[in-house]
Design a protein around this ligand. Structure first.
Ligand SMILES: *[C@@H]1O[C@H](CO)[C@@H](O)[C@H](O)[C@H]1NC(C)=O
Ligand SMILES: *[C@@H]1O[C@H](CO)[C@@H](O)[C@H](O)[C@H]1NC(C)=O
Ligand SMILES: CC(=O)N[C@H]1CO[C@H](CO)[C@@H](O)[C@@H]1O
Length: 209
């Protein structure tokens, strides 16, 4: 009996040692050098840039965000049935038309966490944004707050204050520079739309650099 156990232990040890010798298997990297292996579900908080993340687009295709390398980004949580919807979509479309040829990209993430204001299916969301002639990228519906939040959003919401500050409402905007680093966060301003004015000021600075 003891022999059998010893044999099994030896076998398991040898197997993992063997597998690790090539140094390429994923499990080796994570055993030997956890700091070198990024998995957004586990250690999202160690990311240096948004390029380390991936997210599903509205068609369900997994998009590695490094495809946005070199562009200035606005990442925003959107909702179809909110008091802010109209002004924000119009402004985002305007920004995209104005700065798109200078490599502004907009990543819109529908979220249903605020009073069920984005309850539609992917098709309904796509159909809805047609009225604004949206040409920027729409992602799949996600949570932005809490333990089920998308890892990208877990990371984004810690960037301003080095601690999680929950998204307060629909249309919170994050500006990312051409190196994938966080620049600024704009929480929506319900009365004046001042967040949009301040955001354009920041965008201009980034494009004039
Ligand atoms: C982004 O692009 C730059 C320049 O082309 C390159 O040096 C860098 O490695 C890229 N970053 C990522 C995360 O792919
Ligand atoms: C951010 O918070 C972590 C953990 O609380 C701390 O170790 C780190 O030094 C902080 N970084 C900055 C830039 O304040
Ligand atoms: C309720 C609604 O349709 N949208 C809301 C988005 O957030 C603000 C803040 O609560 C509301 O005032 C908007 O009306």
């Amino acid at each position: 009996m003891l022999n059998v156990i010893l044999l099994m232990v030896t076998f398991v040890t040898m197997t993992s040692a063997d597998l690790c010798e090539d140094g390429e298997a994923d499990h080796c990297m994570s055993l030997d050098s956890p700091q070198n292996s990024f998995n957004q579900e586990i250690n999202w908080n160690t990311a240096n840039t948004i390029y380390q993340f991936s997210a599903k687009d509205i068609y369900g295709v997994d998009i590695p965000l490094k495809k946005y390398n070199g562009s200035v980004l606005i990442i925003v949580n959107v909702a179809s049935q909110c008091g802010l919807t109209d002004s924000n979509y119009k402004k985002l479309v305007e920004f995209y038309e104005k700065y798109g040829n200078r490599r502004l990209q907009i990543l819109a993430f529908p979220s249903n966490q605020f009073w069920n204001q984005e309850s539609g299916t992917s098709d309904e969301i796509l159909n809805f944004v047609k009225r604004y002639n949206v040409k920027f990228d729409i992602f799949g519906k996600i949570d932005v707050n809490g333990k089920n939040a998308h890892p990208l959003w877990k990371w984004l919401t810690t960037q301003k204050d080095n601690a999680t500050v929950d998204i307060t409402w629909n249309f919170t905007k994050f500006i990312i520079d051409r190196d994938g680093k966080f620049v600024q966060r704009f929480d929506p301003s319900f009365v004046t739309g001042s967040d949009l004015i301040l955001m354009e000021k920041t965008l201009k600075e980034l494009f004039l650099e």
